[in-house]
Design a binder for this molecule. Structure first.
Ligand SMILES: Cc1ncc(C[n+]2csc(CCOP(=O)(O)OP(=O)(O)O)c2C)c(N)n1
Ligand SMILES: [Mg+2]
Length: 332
């Protein structure tokens, strides 16, 4: 398939790799702490973790410029933290506290950050496509040279809105990067049972745009290939489709018993863990000692503990806020 490019890996400079490792560690520890808090009944509703998929968000968003927009699914904590969203406000959002990034009204699925142009986690499968291409349209209109990062799961590939938005983006030359985080399952359904053509990058051809396949467990591959894809989209204003092959270690949400896959399958992916790999690369290159790595983990754990304490101590939203910030209440 002529339009499908295979990723080419080059090495990342030490400083960048350490920075990305720290972000991946922050996501992992933040979410491990959130699972614990969920079990302690400090978090209600849903909780979908990004653990295992960290390299996709971190390697991709390393190329984001301030004016770029980012939009994703309900599995949104990782991207929010990658963009520099406050761990305190993120944890407080999970706890339903007024100090949260959506004032405690969104919860796990609806993280948001105006400061980072993070246009949210969305609970409706495929609900983010229209918003993502809308941001890309705005960029062309404003001529600010931005791109729009649209993250979505493999479960959204059979949605009509995916195809409609790919069509519009290609037709109107919208700088949108469609990033399919293929963790191989939509809830408990293997994607081979739900998607007619699992060569996801090849779907780009139907819209006359480029498609890419990337090993999403490999931080260096994600980082290098996305550098090229982002540059190309930014300069040509043509959309692109990226197939990230990744895996989630935990269930669809914390209440998923995971009966649809084997422990051996999960363990195979854990052997390619992006955090483990990045740490190993740093140590093999003598860019970091084991003690440096331990110190970095300790630093990140302290940030997460501080976020948990902040969330614990924060007040719940006052009753007066129940109808505020919900549907344009300020102009009604
Ligand atoms: C329109 C719509 N249909 C069904 C659901 C129920 N639902 C929630 S998550 C999900 C699976 C989505 O899987 P995928 O897109 O692969 O994302 P992942 O959870 O694997 O990251 C489904 C069917 C929904 N939220 N929205
Ligand atoms: Mg999936």
């Amino acid at each position: 398939m002529a339009s499908v490019k295979k990723a080419k890996t080059e090495s990342i400079a030490r400083e960048k790799l350490v920075e990305m490792l720290e972000k991946m560690l922050l996501i992992r520890h933040f979410e491990e702490a959130s699972i614990k808090a969920y079990q302690q009944k400090k978090i209600a509703g849903f909780l979908h973790t990004y653990i295992g998929q960290e390299a996709v968000g971190v390697g991709t968003l390393a190329h984001k410029l301030p004016q770029d927009a980012v939009v994703t699914t309900y599995r949104c904590h990782g991207l929010y933290l990658t963009l520099g969203g406050s761990p305190r406000e993120g944890m407080a959002e999970l706890f339903g506290k007024v100090t949260g990034c959506a004032r405690g009204k969104g919860g796990s699925m609806h993280f948001f950050s105006k400061e980072h142009n993070f246009l949210g986690g969305h609970g409706i499968v495929g609900g983010q496509f229209g918003i993502g291409i809308g941001a890309a349209f705005k960029s062309n209109y404003d001529e600010d040279n931005a791109v729009s990062f649209i993250f979505f799961g493999d479960g959204a590939l059979a949605q009509g809105t995916f195809h409609e938005c790919m069509n519009l983006a290609a037709l109107w030359d919208l700088p949108a990067i469609f990033i399919c985080e293929d963790n191989q399952y939509g809830m408990g359904t293997a994607n081979s049972r739900a998607i007619a053509n699992t060569d996801i990058a090849s779907k780009a051809e139907g819209y006359g745009i480029k498609g890419y396949t990337i090993n999403g467990m490999d931080l260096q591959e994600v980082h290098e290939t996305m550098k090229k894809v982002v540059h190309e989209t930014r300069t040509t204003r043509r959309p692109a489709l990226v197939h990230m092959k990744t895996y989630r270690y935990f269930g669809h949400s914390v209440s998923d018993a995971g009966l649809y896959r084997s422990k051996e399958e999960v363990d195979t992916y854990k052997l390619q863990d992006p955090i483990l790999m990045a740490g190993q690369t740093l140590m093999e290159n003598k860019w970091m000692s084991e003690d440096d790595l331990k110190a970095l983990q300790k630093k990140v754990r302290a940030v997460v503990q501080d976020a948990v304490d902040f969330a614990d101590e924060s007040p719940e939203p006052p009753v007066e806020e129940l109808t505020q910030h919900v549907f344009r209440d300020e102009v009604v």
